[in-house]
Design a protein around this ligand. Structure first.
Ligand SMILES: [Zn+2]
Length: 486
């Protein structure tokens, strides 16, 4: 790595305490020698850094941008900049990796350090937090407790979009009944059931034969007898059952019966999160000799990866290790949080003022309303005009409320606590994952990952959800970066 030494001292009062340019140079050269750094240029400037447009500083930026150097050595960060524009520019060069390292006498600054700070400051966790299934799940649990199904209706049912209820799909429900009938009254396996239903006209939405796994799920989903199963918990559903509880129970007995050929385990926590790097297919899973395996189905029939079977326990270890890389020391999280809070505090003033203006407008509507009513009661305006004006006020109130709500969501400070929580969640992810039961495991994977792809039983690509992707890539033992120019 090639470094530039940048020394600066102005004659202004603020700089009087600073070392002279010569002594800065002397100290920095000694440091470079000690750490065996390659110095390509020494730049000296005798101007204040409070204003934009220092000629030597601009030369420094030019050299860095053109790749003639990739690191800067300076006494303190305030030698580089004391104004927000230059600071922002240096910061963005660091974040983009154009500057790979800024070394000061106190500490190092690396691109990834600052990206972590960006997570805090710019609410990178925003989308994640918005999607965070914790909130969604809370809403879902309430729905489930009321007997409502929060998701897409299972095969045999339809979602009534008007009142959000679940209604029977009279065409497909017949096939569900038939599947249970076939399964209960004869020795038909899943494959036979799928074939007979196909012969009797059942097709998937793309016109194909229904998969065996689909039949399995149909025969084990208590939804059809009026019970909703969600994350390992049962709820009473409001929807009409298609089959009786006793028929469902009988089917479960047969499913559990080991003598029955190929009764497979139905819940694979990692299903849907694993891909074959070679052919791009999703990995499937099955149970063999008491162990669960994941493998490429070789659906495109040109993949040689289908012979690598990976044990579930092996994959748990891999996931555990990845989640382990999301951990940062509590101290580092706390420092980042505090630093971001300080910085955001300045922006918050603007937000608070704007919010107060909106709220004042909202309050003034109430005054307007009562004045309008007075005018009407005093017979000064017609009923038509009154109705018209009242409607205007009503509409304005709705629009203002919406504006205020949106504004509150945008407030930078509102993202701080949740972002901190995302970090803490990352901290605990490994232990929680390894300790969790299968339902919870899937839950954690779902929260943190898009997917992982595999080649020769090794991880080829890791795609995590933001901000965990940033946290994963960030160096874990790098020096804590605080704001530039502080
Ligand atoms: Zn493959």
């Amino acid at each position: 790595m090639k470094y530039i030494i940048y020394c600066r001292k102005s004659s202004e009062s603020e700089d009087r305490q600073e070392q002279s340019i010569d002594s800065q140079e002397h100290e920095l050269m000694a440091m470079a020698e000690k750490q065996k750094l390659t110095i390509v240029k020494i730049l000296k400037e005798s101007q204040s850094a409070k204003k934009v447009g220092r000629p030597i500083f601009n030369e420094l930026l030019k050299m860095l941008s053109s790749g003639k150097a990739d690191g800067v050595l300076c006494w303190k960060l305030d030698r580089l900049s004391r104004n927000p524009i230059d600071t922002g520019y240096v910061q963005s060069l660091l974040q983009d990796g154009v500057i790979k390292n800024i070394k000061t006498f106190e500490r190092d600054y690396f691109p990834h350090d600052n990206i972590l700070m960006m997570v805090f400051e710019m609410g990178m966790a925003n989308q994640y937090i918005r999607d965070l299934s914790v909130n969604v799940k809370r809403g879902n649990r309430e729905k489930l407790a009321r007997g409502e199904w929060p998701n897409h209706a299972p095969f045999g049912y339809l979602n009534n979009k008007v009142d959000k209820s679940i209604v029977i799909d009279s065409v497909r429900a017949k096939y569900v009944k038939r599947a249970y009938e076939l399964y209960l009254t004869s020795s038909h396996g899943f494959r036979d059931v799928a074939r007979i239903l196909y012969d009797e006209g059942l097709r998937t939405s793309s016109g194909k034969k229904v998969l065996i796994s689909h039949i399995q799920r149909m025969l084990s989903n208590p939804f059809y007898c009026g019970i909703m199963l969600r994350d390992g918990k049962y709820y009473n559903g409001n929807h009409k059952p298609i089959i009786s509880k006793s028929d469902f129970d009988k089917a479960q007995e047969i499913l559990a019966d080991k003598s029955r050929p190929k009764s497979q385990r139905l819940f694979f926590p990692l299903r849907g999160f694993l891909k074959c790097e070679n052919c791009g297919c999703a990995l499937t899973s099955s149970t063999k000799k008491g162990h669960d395996y994941y493998y490429c189905t070789n659906r495109k029939e040109k993949c040689d990866e289908h012979k690598s079977y990976m044990r579930e326990t092996y994959l748990y270890e891999i996931f555990g290790n990845i989640f382990g890389s999301l951990a940062f020391s509590e101290r580092k999280i706390d420092l980042m949080y505090k630093s971001a809070k300080e910085k955001i505090g300045i922006d918050s003033e603007y937000f608070d003022n704007a919010l107060a203006t909106l709220q004042n407008s909202l309050e003034s509507l109430t005054t307007k309303e009562s004045k309008l009513l007075d005018t009407f009661l005093a017979d000064q305006i017609s009923k038509e005009l009154y109705d018209q004006k009242a409607l205007d006020i009503h509409n304005e109130r709705i629009s203002l409320n919406k504006q205020i709500q949106e504004f509150k969501n945008k407030q930078p400070a509102s993202m701080l606590e949740p972002t901190k929580n995302a970090f803490i969640q990352g901290n605990r992810a490994m232990k929680e994952f390894l300790d969790a039961d299968n339902f919870k495991k899937r839950n954690i994977v779902e929260n943190l990952c898009w997917n992982l792809s595999f080649k020769d039983k090794n991880v080829a690509q890791i795609k995590l959800k933001t901000p965990f992707d940033v946290m994963y890539k960030a160096p874990k033992n790098g020096t804590l970066s605080e704001m530039l120019g502080d």
